[in-house]
Write a protein that binds this ligand. Sequence first.
Ligand SMILES: Nc1nc2c(ncn2[C@@H]2O[C@H](COP(=O)(O)OP(=O)(O)O)[C@@H](O)[C@H]2O)c(=O)[nH]1
Ligand SMILES: [Mg+2]
Length: 91
Amino acid sequence: MFDMARVQTLIEIAKWAQLIRSKSKNGIPIVLIGEDLDLVPPEDLESLNDYADKIAQENGFMAYIPTSSRTGFNVNESILYMVDNLISLNS
Ligand SMILES: Nc1nc2c(ncn2[C@@H]2O[C@H](COP(=O)(O)OP(=O)(O)O)[C@@H](O)[C@H]2O)c(=O)[nH]1
Ligand SMILES: [Mg+2]
């Protein structure tokens, strides 16, 4: 998870992914969640989403999902996405 209002937290994602992978079994699924979507200036949103998609692809994540707990946008959806995918990976 990274803070969409602080791009530095997205830049650091590769490092966190490396740490997670060094401490878990091969092939652990990772979903990149952006938090605080509502704090992103509308004019910055497209380039931020493009950049996050690129980081997700480069690091082999399953998906990138921007969310806001303030507005509720993608909150249930992101949890359901992860649950559904964990269930299908394990069946
Ligand atoms: N604007 C906005 N504020 C949020 C959102 N989610 C949490 N906050 C606020 O951000 C602060 C820190 O949230 P928290 O989830 O505890 O920690 P964080 O993971 O470091 O962001 C709290 O005051 C929350 O009320 C959000 O989606 N949008
Ligand atoms: Mg926050």
